[in-house]
Structure formats: structure tokens, C-alpha cells
Design a protein around this ligand. Structure first.
Ligand SMILES: Cc1cc2nc3c(=O)[nH]c(=O)nc-3n(C[C@H](O)[C@H](O)[C@H](O)COP(=O)(O)O)c2cc1C
Length: 305
């Protein structure tokens, strides 16, 4: 068979394959450049960026758990100005879409950051992290309330015409209603899931294992939950859905594509196998050849339910 076509378009972002890096698990890309050709990736999503530098939480802030990891990094990052000066030139030299994952403490901060990013060269789109607390609304996460999720998406939408992905929090009872809210506010795509709020205790000291007390669970343990949420969301919105959560190999990625995800992101797997992303892209190609499918669009949403 001829080489299958793996290219997908996600909300205006054209990618050579559906494999993206999940924010916060791939830094700004440079560390992986000696391991494989970064241009083989569908897209790179960089570490969550805020207007000002953020120190993150005190240690310990990560730990391994059964089937995954807990993290409470606290969105540590270099801030917009240092990102532009120190990180962006390398990213701009690549031939793969660069997507900036952004967050703020209130609507104004999100909007200001989006406006500045809009003016940068070589950015394919933004991914809005709405799993963080709205400081002006008493610390409730933007992504857990349909109204706040709408407002933050709209505030950013008004500042940019760049493709806008909104990344949903799984810490809700009805993710489809949040997805509909952000679609109504102008999102071009949704990605899900972010980490699931979790906890671990040291029984000797009887202290929480993370200094922040709670953290976010990621990795294989969350895959079945993520898959169910992606499937529900695909049925609820018309915009493309990006699947995230415990994708360690091509078979995991296939499950998300089959339930209807247009693309997928690889997170925790990058810590276990830094070449996981490109191996997944290769695995998808082999699957299409084996199943005699010339185009990945034949696979997406092909669940026989
Ligand atoms: C160490 C670490 C840091 C993360 N940082 C961010 C971040 O800055 N912004 C964001 O939206 N998600 C962040 N995430 C969430 C991941 O992008 C992803 O949604 C989550 O880990 C689930 O995917 P996985 O099971 O493949 O890791 C982080 C996850 C981990 C493990």
C-alpha cells in the first residue's frame, strides 16, 4: 500500500500527524532535540506560560504512584518576556506547529497575554489552560464552572484570531457542558483531560507526600476516565477534540482516535520514554497500513458502538 496519510487539521492548525506533546511534559522542546527530529511531531505544545515569571510550588512536588504520577509543580515558568527572548528563537526555527499553553490568575491576565502572543511571529495557536484558580472569584478553577469557562474563552477570543484550543479540566461532573460553553465562546478546538486532583500520604510521618498537599494525577491510571470524557465531548460539540490522558503507546492513541479525537497529546510517557511521541506516530502509520486504511480520517470516530 502507498504511505497512509496521517495529516490532520485541528481548528485551523495543520499537522503532519495527530501526535502533539502535552504541556509541561516537554519543556520548550530543546531537551528532546538530540533524541529525535522534532519536525516529526504533529505539533509542540510548550510549558504553561504566564505574563510574569512564576516560581511554582515548594518541593516535594512530584511523586510516582501506582500507574502514574502526581505533580504539584504549580505552573512554574519563565514568564512571557524571558520566553520570547530565550525560548522562542529555537522554537521558531522548527518546521512543526508551535502552540503556546497559557494561563492567568484573572480574566485580564489571560487577555493581556493572548494579545501579546498574537503579535509574535511563528506561533500556530494557543491552548488555554483553564484548570487554574480564578483569584478574583475566590480561587474556584475557571474550568469547573460553565460561566467562568465561557468568560475566559471569550476574553481571549476577543484578543486573537489565532487558532484557540481550550484545555478542559476533568475535575467536574459534566465535562460536555463545559465543552459546549467554550465552543459557544469561540473556541476552535477543545483538548482534554488535564490532571485529576489527587492526594498521597506518608503513613510514617502522617504528612501529605506533596508540599502542596494535593496534586494532579496523570499517566496510565487516568486513561479510561480520559477516554470516557473524550467520547462524551465528541458527541457534545462540533469543534475538533484532542485526546489527552495516559497515552503511553500507539495502541492507547488509537483508542482516543477511534472514539473521535482528531489528535492526541502525549504527557507522562515523555518521562518514561523520551521518544514516545515519534514511536506513537510510527505505530499509527503501521496500524493504518495493516488495516488497509489510506487516510487517518477513516479511523477517527470509527467506534462501532
Ligand atoms: C509534570 C507535569 C506538568 C504539567 N504542566 C502543565 C501545564 O503547564 N499546563 C497544562 O495545561 N497542563 C500541564 N500538565 C498536564 C498535562 O499536559 C496533561 O494534560 C496530563 O498530564 C494528562 O496527560 P498524561 O496522562 O499523558 O500525562 C502537566 C502534567 C505533568 C505531569
Amino acid at each position: 500500500m502507498v504511505r497512509p496519510n496521517l495529516a490532520v487539521n485541528v481548528g485551523g492548525i495543520h499537522m503532519k500527524n495527530p501526535v502533539m506533546t502535552a504541556s509541561g511534559t516537554f519543556g520548550y522542546g530543546e531537551a528532546f532535540a538530540s533524541l529525535f527530529d522534532l519536525n516529526r511531531l504533529g505539533a509542540i505544545i510548550v510549558k504553561g506560560l504566564s505574563l510574569k515569571p512564576a516560581p511554582g510550588n515548594p518541593p516535594p512536588r512530584t511523586l510516582e504512584t501506582c500507574g502514574g504520577m502526581l505533580n504539584a509543580i504549580g505552573l512554574e515558568n519563565v514568564g512571557f518576556a524571558a520566553f520570547v527572548k530565550e525560548k522562542l528563537p529555537f522554537l521558531q526555527s522548527l518546521d512543526t506547529p508551535i502552540i503556546l499553553n497559557i494561563y492567568g490568575q484573572d480574566l485580564d491576565e489571560y487577555a493581556k497575554l493572548a494579545e501579546r502572543i498574537h503579535d509574535l511571529e511563528g506561533i500556530a495557536g494557543m491552548e488555554l489552560n483553564i484548570s487554574c484558580p480564578n483569584v478574583k472569584a475566590g480561587g474556584i478553577a475557571f474550568g469547573t464552572d460553565p460561566k467562568m469557562a465561557f468568560q475566559v474563552t471569550k476574553a481571549v477570543r476577543e484578543k486573537t484570531s489565532l487558532p484557540l484550543i481550550v484545555k478542559l479540566s476533568p475535575n467536574v461532573t459534566d465535562i460536555a457542558s463545559i465543552a459546549r460553553s467554550v465552543e459557544d465562546a469561540g473556541a476552535d478546538a477543545v483538548s482534554l483531560i488535564n490532571t485529576i486532583t489527587s492526594m498521597a500520604v506518608d503513613v510514617e510521618t502522617r504528612r501529605p507526600r506533596l508540599a502542596n498537599k494535593v496534586g494532579g494525577l496523570s499517566g496510565p491510571a487516568i486513561k479510561p476516565i480520559a477516554l470516557r470524557m473524550v467520547w462524551e465531548t465528541v458527541q457534545a460539540v462540533a469543534v475538533p477534540v484532542i485526546g489527552i490522558g495516559g497515552i503511553m503507546d500507539a495502541s492507547d492513541a488509537l483508542e482516543f482516535l477511534i472514539v473521535g479525537a482528531r489528535a492526541i497529546q502525549v504527557g507522562t510517557a515523555n518521562f518514561v520514554n523520551p521518544r514516545a511521541t515519534v514511536e506513537i506516530a510510527e505505530g499509527l502509520k503501521h496500524y493504518l497500513v495493516e488495516k488497509d486504511m489510506p487516510d487517518i480520517s477513516q479511523l477517527i470516530g470509527s467506534l462501532r458502538a
